[in-house]
Design a protein around this ligand. Structure first.
Ligand code: AHR
Length: 502
């Protein structure tokens, strides 16, 4: 089949905020312990962090990492994680029914994030803690010195302030599973008071208020509206979370789930703008999609572990092993985030290592790339610059969840600095090539410098330590003539095409 995308150099959606390629490290399962941190591992440094994992994180090029939770943060006392490691308390983590040793805390994590070239998006506990704790952690991290908390940071070995810019005001506070869950009124009140005190402590920070835990929550939309009524003038972002699954094994619907993400983003942006209008405000609230991914493969096993082995240290939970079809959807979800980059400034693939993650590790052994590693890596490495408004003409199909789904999902990004246009494209057809034409109006395109495709694998094929062959390969089936790029996109394929432009 044939499909066409038209873009014009002058028709821009917005510049990509590099924080859109964020990720997430929670004290959960084997994400921290036996993930990024494994003292005794042959590649571990003196502090116990694995060099092989660091290398993969750098290859992934995630720019921004949310920490330390997630559900975990709603019962976390950040002071448990500072000071001499031997004096730190062991605590029950009620979120995941595990044991937290606090061997890794604020300083260790900040040092590690620095080594992988990522900024940290610090979440505070608004479940079991409150506004005093919120302002104290900002003073501890960001104040230069001469006060109780900033001098304590110095005494703990860090002279310079960490200057953490982005902070989350709690996590999924609407969810009954959350420690200290709240009504929208209760959360709106505590969030605005925490926000005021945190910004009074450091007025350079940016704050993310909690939106709904997902768009099927019964309070979705009214939660956003009430929370913003309270917090609008004091916060900068509203959060969105969503995980997708193919439990019903319905490929046609599954590969179109990014349409659901798009609807979710547009609904939340509308609610933000409704409150903006109501408040006669000049300020726009942007969106932080700070948890997104595929999550379902491990559900059954996790329920068993929680029942049979509660309170273990770093159990193997939420260890989804991703398939080729998951990688295709992750590619589609990335395109949707980028298409909405005028509002979505932050997004975090949840999570980074072992726990619903693109990187897997074996205790005492290897680290490897899951199938979903690749679309994220390509977007995070090459998806920078200005997203152009895509006009797409593609045949469509209908399915259980959506009336009309284009076989082609695509967009183009103009990287002014590098002098290139990068096209990302998903072919959702199970059996037909797409002969793609991209009209690059306003550009003087040169050569195709790279055409990388991920295709031809079994839908349920996964990567393992022994065989990680689900990955992109080079294709030659793209060329430029005049201002037109043409390419053949194989059935069920994720594609990246880079074209030099003037
Ligand atoms: O990422 C896993 C969990 O999903 C997080 O802890 C929580 O915020 C969400 O429900």
């Amino acid at each position: 089949m044939k499909a066409k995308m038209t873009v014009n150099k002058a028709y821009e959606i917005d510049k990509v905020d590099p924080r859109i390629y964020g990720s997430f490290v929670e004290h959960l399962g084997r994400c921290v312990y036996d993930g990024i941190y494994e003292p005794g591992h042959k590649t571990a440094n003196a502090g116990g962090f694995r060099a092989d994992v660091k290398e993969l994180v750098k290859e992934l090029n995630t720019s921004f990492i949310r920490y330390p939770g997630g559900n975990f943060v709603s019962g976390y006392n950040w002071m448990d994680g500072i000071g001499p490691a031997n004096d730190r308390p062991k605590r029950l983590d009620l979120a995941w029914r595990t044991m937290e040793t606090n061997e890794v805390g604020l300083h260790e994590f900040m040092d590690w994030a620095n080594e992988v070239n990522a900024d940290v998006n610090m979440a505070i506990n608004l479940g079991t803690k409150g506004i005093d704790d919120a302002r104290n952690i900002v003073e501890y991290c960001n104040h230069k010195g001469g006060t109780y908390w900033s001098d304590l940071r110095k005494a703990n070995g860090r002279a310079e302030p960490y200057k953490i810019k982005t902070w989350c005001l709690g996590n999924e506070m609407d969810g009954p599973w959350q420690m200290g869950a709240k009504t929208a009124e209760e959360y709106g009140r505590i969030a605005v008071e925490a926000a005021k005190m945190m910004k009074w402590t450091d007025d350079s920070i940016e704050l993310v208020a909690c939106g709904s835990s997902n768009n099927s929550m019964p309070t979705f939309a009214s939660w956003e509206s009430t929370v913003l009524e309270h917090t609008y003038d004091h916060v900068d972002f509203l959060s969105l979370h969503c995980y997708y699954n193919n439990r019903e094994n319905d490929l046609k619907s599954y590969l179109a789930m990014n349409i659901d993400m798009d609807n979710f983003i547009k609904s939340v942006a509308s609610i933000c703008d409704y409150i903006k209008a109501k408040k006669h405000s000049k300020k726009t609230i942007n969106l932080s999609f700070d948890e997104w991914n595929v999550w379902y493969h491990s559900n059954e096993q996790d329920a068993k572990i929680a029942k049979e082995a509660p309170w273990s240290i770093s159990p193997s939970i939420l260890e989804d092993i991703y398939t080729f079809e998951d990688a295709l959807l992750v590619g589609g979800l990335l395109i949707t985030l980028l298409k909405n980059c005028d509002r979505v400034k932050i997004a975090c693939l949840a999570q980074l290592v072992n726990v619903i993650a693109p990187i897997m590790t074996e205790k005492g052994g290897e680290a490897w790339r899951q199938t979903t590693f690749y679309p994220f890596k390509q977007a995070a490495n090459y998806g920078h610059g200005t997203v152009l408004t895509p006009i797409i003409d593609s045949p469509t199909y209908g399915c259980e969840k959506f009336e009309s789904v284009p076989y082609l999902e695509s967009l183009a990004i103009h990287n002014e600095e590098k002098g290139e246009v990068v096209v990302f494209a998903l072919n959702r057809s199970e059996n037909e090539d797409i002969e793609l034409t991209v009209d690059l109006q306003g550009f003087r395109p040169g050569l195709v410098t790279e055409f990388s495709e991920m295709s031809g694998f079994g839908l349920k094929q996964v990567n393992t330590k022994a065989d990680a062959s689900v990955k992109p390969a080079e294709s030659k089936a793209a060329k430029v003539e005049g201002d037109t790029l043409t390419a053949v996109l194989k059935p069920l394929s994720w594609n990246m095409i880079r074209v030099a432009v003037k």
